[in-house]
Design a protein around this ligand. Structure first.
Ligand code: SAH
Ligand code: SF4
Length: 394
């Protein structure tokens, strides 16, 4: 199926008249920041240059205080301070796993909380970013799917997750990280809570900021967006973001996929594969990642492996096998290691890379699909504390 390509354009998200109260500069695209500065009184002729200066302070140097922006005049800085803020989500808790994985619970406007996970690996470090609070989709093996959508994250809240992680890793140049050294935070995966393609504009704007050459400067090849298969937005992802794509495939027949990933009832395997075949590649090494969660007795037979290979024929792909991470009340069990290895072998012999994802940070409930449990556990313990306090007072 071909979907019509929307015209790529810069979206001006900020009206010419500023709303009441200080406005957060974080999360604005360059054109949006330009509009905001003009609305706040910056002469139009200077606006582009000012955006360039402020942008560098915020995204290259990690500066949060207008007073530190020493190439701006004192009066202009005072002006900015009155009308704008540089604000990030608040880090509520930070946990470090035995394997070095870090998990941050961050609080966003409205008191909602999302989790962000940093996974250090040999020669690179990946940040798993959330795009929504909860998820509207109801994949039956995913704990986030049991939580109703509360809201989409704003672009500020999405790029803010990257910025708080860089704060914690001490990776802004002014904090001493040499520019050319291997980055601690070198990759982003949009694989946290939520379906990124149901929050397209905010995800796009945040990733544009992450890729900007004068800021965080991550290559589009180091950003991977994972979708459950929102077919009409897949072409837009290529056109407007240009990042790598991962797809939560998880089954080889529509019958099984309908139950695991219910969005399949809307866009089935055939429709999804057609959209993936059309996904452009910058180079041969840019393959589509097929994520495949290994569920005991559900989707893990040799026959499934062979069918999978047949289905994806012709698509430059790698298959990421994810051992199912169990959560309380989950209706599935993880496939045995032998089963996973046998499955991987069939795929490998057919010519595809088939890495088995090692669960990371399990001791802090940071592994795929476990993110909601931790928040709930934290909530529960707070509730328990409150109850205990109440009892103690009686
Ligand atoms: N909504 C997007 C991105 C977030 S989920 C998507 O579905 O692709 C990131 C990955 O974790 C997806 O492949 C998802 O299927 C997988 N996942 C969810 N719950 C899991 C669990 N309990 N065990 C293992 N993987 C899980
Ligand atoms: Fe949502 Fe992805 Fe979980 Fe499905 S797997 S419920 S799309 S977060």
């Amino acid at each position: 199926m071909s979907v019509s390509a929307p015209i790529t354009q810069d979206v001006h998200t900020i009206p010419r008249k500023l709303p009441e109260g200080p406005v957060n500069l974080v999360g604005m695209t360059r054109p949006a920041m330009r509009d905001a500065l003009i609305a706040a009184g910056t002469p139009e002729k200077q606006a582009k240059m000012r955006v360039g200066q402020i942008w560098q302070w915020i995204y290259q140097w990690g500066v949060r205080d207008f007073d530190a922006m020493t190439n701006l005049s004192k009066t202009y800085r005072a002006d900015l301070k009155e009308k704008f803020v540089i604000e990030l989500p608040e880090v509520v808790t930070r946990q470090v796993s035995d394997d070095g994985t870090r998990k941050y619970l961050v609080r966003i406007a409205g008191g909602h909380e999302v989790e962000v996970v940093y996974i250090p690996e040999e020669g690179r470090g990946t940040l798993c970013v959330s795009s929504q609070v909860g998820c509207t989709l109801t994949c039956s093996f995913c704990h986030t799917g049991t939580q109703k959508l509360v809201r989409n994250l704003t672009a500020a809240e999405i790029i803010g997750q990257v910025m708080v992680a860089r704060d914690d890793l001490g990776e802004w140049p002014e904090q001493g990280a040499p520019k050319n050294e291997t980055r601690l935070l070198s990759n982003i995966v949009l694989m946290g809570m939520g379906e990124p393609l149901y929050n397209f504009e905010n995800v796009r704007d945040a990733m544009k900021i992450a890729m900007d050459e004068e800021g965080i400067q991550l290559s589009r090849r180091r950003i991977t967006l994972s979708t459950s298969g929102v077919v009409p937005e897949i072409e837009r992802t290529a056109d407007e973001i240009g990042c790598q794509l991962a797809v939560s495939f998880h089954a080889t027949t529509d019958e099984v996929r309908d139950t695991l990933v219910p969005i399949n009832k809307r866009w089935n395997i055939e429709t999804l594969l057609a959209a993936l075949r059309a996904y452009p590649r910058g180079r041969n090494s840019e393959r589509i990642t097929f994520e495949y969660v290994m569920l005991h007795g559900v989707n893990d037979s040799d026959e499934d492996a062979r069918r999978l290979v047949e289905l994806i024929g012709g698509i430059p792909a790698k298959i990421n096998l994810i051992p199912f991470n169990e959560w309380p009340g989950a209706p599935y069990k993880r496939s045995s290691n032998n089963r996973i290895r046998a499955f991987a072998d069939i795929i490998y012999k057919a010519g595809y890379a088939s890495p088995i994802r090692t669960p990371r940070g399990e001791d802090i409930m940071a592994a795929c699909g476990q993110l909601k449990s931790a928040t709930e556990r934290a909530r529960k313990s707070r509730k328990q504390i409150a109850q205990e306090a109440g009892l103690a007072g009686q």
